[in-house]
Design a protein around this ligand. Sequence first.
Ligand code: GLY
Length: 412
Amino acid sequence: MRGTATPLRRSPDPGSGPGTGTGPAPDVLVLGGGVIGLVTAWRAARRGLRVTVVDPEPGGGAATVAAGMLAAVTELHHGEETLLDLNLASAARYPDFVAELEEAAGGDVGYRACGTLAVAFDADDRAHLRELHALQQRCGLASEWLTGRECRRLEPLLAPSVRGGVRADGDHQIDPRRLAAALLRACERAGVGFRRAAAARLLTGRDRAVGAALEDGGQVHAGQTVLALGSRSGTLAGLPDGAVPPVRPVKGQVLRLRMPPAGVAGPFLSRTVRAVVRGGPLYLVPRENGELVVGATSEELGWDTTVTAGGVYELLRDAHELVPGVTELPLAETRAGLRPGSPDNAPLLGPTRLPGLHLATGHYRNGVLLTPVTGEAMAQLLATGELPGYARPFTPDRFAPSRPLQQEEQTV
Ligand code: GLY
């Protein structure tokens, strides 16, 4: 699309505010150093742009809580067929993306092509799963209906009460913590600069975004600014009305357990296992390093990231129903993170109505899955001024009101 993006150009000179630094101003300022901000920065740097990332703790964020399922097929929902195309495009890029990133960062990112089994317990769950399978078939996706016995043949530790399931051999997994760490290293090696401070305010001048003021008192000026602050993207001061992304936090509590080494009877679980239990989704993601990730609650509680006894109880109760042996495992960690939810559950990618300001946020349940395609699309936008065709249905203007931007100008 030809939008308000600024075509590739070098910024004329460094800003003059305190903390701007002595080097030249970057072409691109990325606000937020989670996986979405980092992949945008890495890909943009690879295209020859000078990039600075602002984040007090780059490599953190919601992905460090996430399970890392690449579940385009088993996490499909009615009404999300457009998002499905983007999810599939990103899943298809994963093997090459991982190979390139591992070479650039010099480390393993825990990508595992293990497939997924989604199972049902009672008549309601089974009807729900049948619906999902029918939708997958209508969308032309590769998935197969299995009986309960066939499910247990694949995963012998499943409860005897499992009544059927859907096998999706293309839904894989990655370790999001290793992914974030590798992206951070790849950025550093590609020459991306880091300002370890929080962004305090968007700076604007002459009707465009020109950078950000930081909480440490500094400023960074750039020709283009990317807002990638996850669930906090709408809270940045200085955003004019009409450019505020409609994202909200959706809390997810997640557990990490330790599986025993695979014995003669095979591994504890050999693939991701999912279910809907009492109407709520549950998943168990077994990593090759022995970690078993159990998730996740979905709670609309604002900025609360408390791990609650009730959340842990429900996850363990449901996981025990699915695979009774889980309660024998050591519980290694409990965490809560905030998914950046958007009104249509799809990300906001691309230019805003304020020239020079782009969004890469609102990835909701699919931030890890959408990491490769987001980096590619945002880097193309930043380098050429145009988003690739597959990203155009996700531009922020689908939510923007038609009234003019209201902005309070910041002197820079
Ligand atoms: N995609 C998994 C979750 O959001 O819980």
